[in-house]
Design a protein around this ligand. Structure first.
Ligand code: ASP
Length: 358
């Protein structure tokens, strides 16, 4: 009798559920972060300074990786990685943001969920400690995508954000950069050396992608100048069918190329071609890491052809974590379920393969 009940019960469980119980899908996640790209002189980088940046990048990377390893979402992972970089005075985001021409700090940020392409962005905000969280609140608690200035701050207050005094964001090094720019009639590029914007992209164990970017913009910006970082499609983009991208660099050029969307669009087209060309009934092979690298490099070459510089990080649905930059350095890091966990500053410093499971 007992046997009969067991057999009946088994017959009622769908085959898929049984298979799932027998072999849980292999954990597979991936995250990449950046803390800005720019003209970094290896000789000017003292060992102490290097250690300071590496430690800050490691904290951000570990925070994001922990969320993913525990089965958390890509959205939560990128926020966990970006918040410590916004809080660190080393990066040009949140505390430590560059100064505008008028001597204020104006913050821009954006975030995107690859599941449904929901997105949130803010620009020119002066009183929100963690702009990435406000961008995410625009995404989840408003019917809009992009809020700016005083309106974005009013929205923040309405949603319960504390009003952070503007002095919180100011650091002596960034003030000195503005003063030097004015006194010596330099361009932002001369004083920014490394741009310092922060960003993160992630793939979680459920196959979802997310991207986020946060910045103070460029030193001496005026007239309400906004760069690429808060613009969906330029500085940030995520689409589960293609990739998640966060950019950093000379924003005007990234805006003109539409960098983040351009990379995702080319990857999606590559995927679509593979599916269309696959033999009937056979699964199409996914985009390979060299192909994703090629596409990212090609779009960055396009930025360079217009005269712009900077870099991008991306993660693909296959879990490749990729960097591409045309500057001497980009503060960056990546971690995967395959055991990769590294931070790097100058070109060619990566030791490990970028794939998730190797
Ligand atoms: N892309 C940012 C901007 O143009 C700057 C940066 O990445 O450092 O505002």
């Amino acid at each position: 009798m007992n046997k009969l009940i067991a057999a009946l019960a088994l017959a009622l469980i769908p085959a898929a559920a049984l298979a799932e119980e027998a072999a849980p899908p292999a954990p597979k996640w991936s995250i990449a972060i950046h803390g800005g790209a720019g003209t970094l002189d290896p000789k000017a980088m003292t060992p102490e300074r290097r250690a300071e940046y590496e430690a800050a990048l490691q904290v951000a990377l570990d925070a994001g990786a922990k969320v993913l390893a525990n089965g958390g979402s890509a959205m939560d992972a990128i926020k966990a990685a970006i918040i410590p970089m916004e809080d660190s005075p080393l990066f040009n985001a949140g505390k430590g943001a560059v100064f505008t021409w008028e001597g204020t700090n104006e913050l821009d940020s954006s975030i995107m969920d690859g599941r449904d392409r929901s997105a949130g962005a803010i620009a020119g905000v002066k009183t929100v400690k963690n702009p990435i969280l406000l961008a995410d609140t625009v995404r989840t608690q408003s019917e809009h995508v992009f809020l700016m200035g005083a309106g974005a701050e009013a929205f923040a207050v309405e949603k319960g954000f504390a009003v952070t005094p503007p002095e919180y964001f100011a650091t002596p090094a960034r003030r000195e950069a503005l003063e030097r720019m004015k006194a010596e009639k330099l361009s932002a590029l001369d004083v920014d050396h490394k741009f310092g914007t922060v960003g993160a992209v992630a793939l979680d164990q459920n196959g979802n992608l997310a991207a986020g970017t946060s910045t103070g913009g460029m030193t001496g910006k005026r007239w309400g100048r906004v760069g690429d970082a808060p613009v969906i499609g330029a500085g940030t983009y995520a689409d589960n069918r293609a990739c998640a991208v966060s950019a950093t660099g000379w924003g005007e050029y990234f805006l003109r190329v539409g960098v983040a969307h351009e990379i995702c669009a080319r990857l999606r087209a590559t995927n679509e071609v593979k599916v269309a060309m696959a033999d009937e009934g056979a699964a199409a092979e996914g985009v390979r890491t060299e192909e994703a690298q090629y596409i990212a490099d090609a779009v960055m070459a396009d930025v360079a052809s217009l005269g712009g510089d900077g870099g991008v990080i991306l993660v693909t649905p296959e879990g490749y974590a990729i960097f591409s930059f045309n500057t001497t350095g980009m503060y960056r890091g990546r971690a995967t379920s395959g055991g990769v966990r590294e931070v790097a500053i100058f070109g060619g410093e990566e030791k490990a393969s970028a794939t998730p499971d190797h």
